[in-house]
Design a binder for this molecule. Structure first.
Ligand SMILES: [Zn+2]
Length: 107
């Protein structure tokens, strides 16, 4: 699992975070672990907040352009997130409502 990041995005969001497990709504499998900064709803997953598995977390080191980012999928084939570039210039997956569930993990 990657380290929790406490950068300017974190500080801009009340310097608070939770760890969420994102699970597939179809098969129930955990797709990834995520550092959610600040309060409010979860609409997208920023690449640089994905903690695990390393196969997905490593995208933040490898992918620089939204065009070269693939859909976020569960192992069972369900699409969970659509590649997007957020206005802050951060690559992210826009979550598809109804395809996932989120579970708060212990820090
Ligand atoms: Zn699945």
């Amino acid at each position: 699992m990657r380290e929790i990041k406490k950068d300017k995005y974190f500080r801009d969001r009340q310097s608070t975070y939770i760890i969420l497990g994102i699970h597939c709504a179809k098969c129930g499998k955990e797709v990834l672990l995520y550092q959610k900064d600040g309060r409010g709803g979860l609409k997208r997953l920023y690449l640089n907040r994905i903690l695990a598995p390393e196969s997905i977390a490593s995208l933040q080191d490898k992918v620089e352009r939204v065009k070269t980012l693939s859909m976020l999928k569960c192992e069972c084939g369900v699409d969970i997130g659509i590649p997007m570039l957020h206005r802050e210039g951060r690559l992210a997956f826009r979550l598809i409502p109804g395809t996932y569930s989120k579970h708060k993990e212990k820090k």
